[in-house]
Design a protein around this ligand. Sequence first.
Ligand code: HEM
Length: 406
Amino acid sequence: MTEHAVPAAEFYTDEFAADPYPAYARLREERPVCPVSSPRFDSYLITRLDDARAALTDPRLSKDLYGPGDHYVRIFGPNSAALNKNMLNADPPEHSRLRRVVSQAFAPRRVEALRPRVAEIVDALLDKIVPHGRAELMGEFAIPLPMMVICDLLGVPETDHEPVLGWTQVIRTSGSSDRSPEADRAAVQQAQLRLRDYLADLVRRKRVNPADDVISALVDACDNDEGLSEAEVVATTFLLLFAGHQTTADFLGNATVALLTNPDQLKLLRARPELLPAAIEELLRFDGPLPVASPRIATEDVEYRGVRIPRGSVVGVVINAANHDPAHFADPDRLDLERGGGSHIGFGHGVHHCLGVSLARMEARIGIGTLLDRLPELRLAVAADELHRLPAASPFRGLLELPVRF
Ligand code: HEM
């Protein structure tokens, strides 16, 4: 790695967590392909939209973190390795084999059939909140909504929602508690192990008692020509459970804050509800929940904008920086729900493009739309700069708490 690498610690500040967009603008402008050094591994950040799209479809940038080089363990450590050997960390044809088995369940037509159930969950959550005049929207709305939807789809029994939510939240909020880093790591590791054991047991139960749900379909694929192993079924279930609620929950929180801190845009959306689908896309562009795409590995020396990225390097495509690229979005730091044209990469790009995109859009449209309808006086209960956020080192951009009044 070149001596001009930026230490990763420079990004791990409260200031960056509160507002990373000025730093992204500097990177995009001055060092669009920027080497970053950290104690565990060095990487290259890509921040312009054209480069981001190219990188996300570049066959020389591999997602196979389990091949030679043991990249998964190098980047994330050994603990969660078995749980994450799924489509997100594989290249074609492995990737296609693992994705094909579940892609049907998330196809637009199948997702559309879930609309009444999603609306019912949204209403039930809001019924509990409305009488109180105040709420903590992450814990009472943004997290349980996608969690309940994905648990329903997977076939996680309702009686198990609470422990599953507990484990996933320990993983999600890693680094944000008062625990020492060692205690925090131990808590995350324990939550991952519990979740793995729980999912492995659930998969076994579905084999005995199959139902009309995604885990049963995966178990079925174990026994036919798709040739999925039981470990792959567990790892796929973990990915769907986690990807299926974490990003959507953080998005619902970020989107609500963006609207409440841009009252002209909130007013516009209330006046013209038909803008909702476009508004959801703009809100995702404006402040997405997955700031950096999951890591890619250079399988040979590659060059982007004259910067040599040596073989074996980790490459991070900074989605939230690319989505504010002024070459594609005029006045990119402004929330503009009527912004036409320019397509963001908030759901990724290329073969790993979000599998749950239709579901995420539906949950966001129903969730945000109903929230605004039922809480006409919705406002933040604290100043925007006092909101507690996930730490800057988190792979996710989201809130720990979202206190509101209405
Ligand atoms: C992949 C974003 C909701 C399942 C991705 C990727 C992004 C993304 C950017 C690509 C990651 C990469 O290339 O490294 C989002 C956002 C969501 C959301 C912003 C909500 C607003 C969902 C939901 C599901 C889901 C509801 C439901 C199961 C997946 C899966 C992948 C994925 C399985 C991996 C696809 C593959 O590797 O082929 N998502 N996602 N996501 N997402 Fe989503």
